[in-house]
Design a protein around this ligand. Sequence first.
Ligand SMILES: CC(C)(COP(=O)(O)OP(=O)(O)OC[C@H]1O[C@@H](n2cnc3c(N)ncnc32)[C@H](O)[C@@H]1OP(=O)(O)O)[C@@H](O)C(=O)NCCC(=O)NCCS
Length: 235
Amino acid sequence: MQTAMQRDGGRAARTGVLPTLSVYLWRGFPRPLRRLAKRIHCLAFFDSFVLALRATPVNSERYYWGREFVIHMPGAIGNTYRSLFYNHYFRRKGAGLVISPGVCIEHPGGLEMGNGVTINRNVWFNAVGGLRIGDSCGFGPGVVIHTANHNYERTDIPWLEQGWTMKPVSIGEDVWVAAAVTVLPGTQIGRGAIIAAGAVPRGSVEPYAIMAGVPARRIGTRGAAAAPASAATDS
Ligand SMILES: CC(C)(COP(=O)(O)OP(=O)(O)OC[C@H]1O[C@@H](n2cnc3c(N)ncnc32)[C@H](O)[C@@H]1OP(=O)(O)O)[C@@H](O)C(=O)NCCC(=O)NCCS
């Protein structure tokens, strides 16, 4: 004769082992209470997982395994746990973060995060040299930010053995960094700027400049299109 657990094997495959186990633990209770208990049970499991992870030193083997799990968690739960996880390590924490799946932040201890920042899928930041992100910035899918260069001047040893030069990156408030942009080490992006899809900005970017291309050149100014209309209204 099949046990209840065996009969419900399909359910475990569909909903995961933990929720199914939870159902059996609470099976004597009325249905609404059971549902509530199941939810609490799952959240408690994930909470303790993230709390345990947050106590883990950066760059340990346990950190890398845990980070990989959090990076790929789906849905609103995934976003909540990515924010909790990364915020724990940031030099300055950001409120109201949206961090999509696939976002990988190396050396998060070097990152000063603003509030209300949105980071799209498969973004990669390396904050080893220092990275400052202002409030209300948005990063499109596939953005890459580097804050250090390999040294390469010597030719008697491979570049890989010559160490690094740190070059902090700073991004002002209200900046839109569009899809597939690569921000080079040492770049300073002024408030309100837009970096067009696929651009490679370097050096200093003026506030409200619209930059495109490789290397990025100024192609416009944010708000410029609205200026003649308001001037016409004034006259
Ligand atoms: C920068 C951007 C916002 C400008 O949009 P727009 O105001 O509609 O500008 P237009 O398409 O009229 O282009 C204006 C000029 O800039 C050039 N341009 C626009 N985007 C460019 C880009 N990514 N790279 C190179 N040149 C670009 C156009 O070729 C055009 O040049 P021209 O006047 O010589 O013909 C837009 O092109 C862009 O890059 N959007 C990003 C979309 C994205 O990544 N979304 C992800 C969600 S976060």
